[in-house]
Write a protein that binds this ligand. Structure first.
Ligand code: NDP
Length: 490
């Protein structure tokens, strides 16, 4: 039987970058079978042995950074510098996950409380087995590695289905892991289209699915997982807001806003899409923004739109926004496939698609607000809740606003900075998904808590879990519990 293949294309030139097998459900199931065995071996290694191998993997990626960045550039179209940056971030995450896994997940004694005085209790986090990772194309190294590195560090084996737009990067990530861990297929990549991912999600031997992609696909993956009660982490899209307070450094805010919105052609789940600026500094901020955006052009500072189908959505949002609002920069003509030049539109109604739906392009809507509270209210009025930004000169107020922002992450006086802090969990609320990658939460996401209580000695006169228990023992229990818990605090 011949295996069907598909090509990954350079979105800027249309050239074929590589040809990859469309792996069938059978091939996926075989990979999961191999992964099950590898998981047993990998989880049987000591934490120190896993840590050493993961640090080796990190070193191998660092040694191949130029080659990998070139491949990311070819498959996504993003500039080599941006590709390098995402690989650097992925390296820091592998390093953190490797170094912190034992501390976060390892066995520890926990307090048993007065009632459990005769017990000792331990808690540890054990591997799940095989983790299926389904990834997007926009950050083909950084994004899946947020799941892969943490799941591996927690002792799991991985079957990774990369986006059909970036299969070469996915294959290379697994090959490089094989150089660090040649003994067993602990990290395999399966290539193909949506059906390949669907087969992975539907395999009952996959003990967790880490999905990153659109909200619509997350729902389909979750439905497939429901059949086997397979838990999932869903890292989905966003419509992130950027708030500029009255005392913000306007130059820094404009600079960060543009980068957050336009870098990677706006194809960033935590990219800036909506901007709310308080009245007092609105004009000043818009001047800074307009000055800076005039120097930015698609094809120079950022690359093409990677997924051709996204161009229609971006165009629809731009058409809608420019009809309803006031153009600051660009317009419908900014879409010149496969590129889209920066588009900034003011006063777009809050209920329009350009404000409500994820655009995933180098476009922003900007709105004037009476004060920062109105800005926050509008920012929070979204079905998504991935991340956001606050620029303010008052760190206490910025902190308060950040805490009130309905999102998984908020950056203050910088954009997207949380993604580079490995100890911070990454993930959203609402339509942006649930579960966390990165940090201690990201390690625990790929592990199951194991609780053990051990009786050290029988509790004299208080054998509560026995049919031989007497009424006097319950009386003593009531006395004890009243003493411990029966007083109200005034
Ligand atoms: P998609 O939802 O289209 O695809 C994501 C992955 O799911 C791809 O590997 C895709 O394969 C696969 N897939 C498609 N259909 C199925 C199915 N039925 N069952 C299982 N897997 C399937 O997202 P994109 O690749 O277009 O990525 C862009 C989206 O990802 C944006 O919404 C963005 O915001 C979000 N994202 C979220 C991040 C986060 O951390 N929260 C980070 C990065 C992106 P194939 O490509 O072959 O169709």
């Amino acid at each position: 039987m011949t295996t069907l293949t598909f090509d990954s294309l350079n979105p800027a030139t249309g050239e074929i970058v590589g040809s990859h097998p469309k792996q069938t459900a059978d091939a996926v199931h075989e990979a999961v079978g191999r992964a099950e065995q590898a998981a047993t071996w990998w989880s049987g290694l000591s934490p120190a042995e896993r840590r050493r191998r993961l640090l080796d993997y990190k070193a191998i990626i660092a040694q191949h950074i130029r080659e990998l960045a070139a491949l990311v550039h070819k498959e996504t179209g993003k500039p080599v510098g941006d590709a390098t940056l995402e690989i650097v971030l992925a390296i820091t995450h592998i390093d953190w996950a490797a170094r912190n896994a034992q501390k976060v997940l390892g066995r520890r004694k926990v307090s048993t409380g007065m009632i459990g005085l005769n017990l000792s209790a331990t808690l540890e986090y054990l591997p799940l087995g095989v983790v299926g990772v389904i990834g997007p194309w926009n950050y083909p190294v950084f994004t899946p590695m947020g799941s892969i590195a943490y799941a591996l560090a927690a002792g799991n084996a991985i079957v990774f289905k990369p986006s059909e737009l970036t299969p070469g990067v996915g294959v290379r990530l697994a090959e490089l892991f094989g150089e660090a861990v040649p003994e067993q297929p602990v990290f395999q990549t399966v290539t193909g289209l949506g059906e390949t991912g669907a087969a992975l999600a539907a395999d009952p031997r996959v003990k967790k699915v880490a999905f990153t992609g659109s909200t619509a696909t997350a729902k389909r993956v979750m439905a497939a997982c429901a059949e086997n009660l397979t838990p999932i982490v869903a890292e989905c899209g966003g419509k992130d807001a950027f708030i500029v307070d009255a005392d913000a450094d306007l130059r820094a805010a404009a600079d960060a806003c543009l980068w957050g919105a336009m870098s990677n052609a706006g194809q960033t789940c935590v990219g800036v899409e909506r901007v709310y600026v308080v009245d007092a500094v609105y004009d000043g901020f818009m001047r800074e923004l307009s000055d800076r955006v005039s120097t930015i052009k698609a094809g120079d500072q950022y690359g093409p739109i990677t997924m051709p189908g996204q161009l229609d959505i971006i165009k629809r949002h731009i058409d809608d926004a420019t009809k309803a609002g006031k153009v600051v920069t660009g317009g419908p003509d900014s879409v010149r496939p496969p590129y889209v030049d920066p588009v900034i539109v003011e006063d777009v109604p809050e209920d329009s698609p350009a404000v409500r739906e994820e655009t995933f392009g180098p476009t922003i809507t900007v709105r004037r607000t009476n004060d920062v509270h109105e800005a926050l209210e509008l920012a929070n009025a979204s079905a998504y809740g991935l991340a956001g930004t606050i620029f303010s000169g008052n760190s206490r107020r910025a902190m308060e606003l950040a805490r009130m922002m309905r999102s998984g992450m908020t950056a203050i006086n910088s954009v997207i900075s949380f993604a580079g802090v490995p100890s911070l969990p990454f993930g959203g609320v609402g339509d942006s998904g649930f579960g966390r990658i990165h940090g201690a939460d990201g390690l625990r996401e790929f592990a199951r808590p194991k609780a053990i209580s051990r009786q050290r000695f029988p509790m004299p006169g208080m054998n509560l879990t026995s049919f031989a228990r007497g009424a006097d023992e319950i009386e003593r229990l009531i006395s004890l519990i009243t003493f411990l818990h029966g007083r109200r605090k005034r």
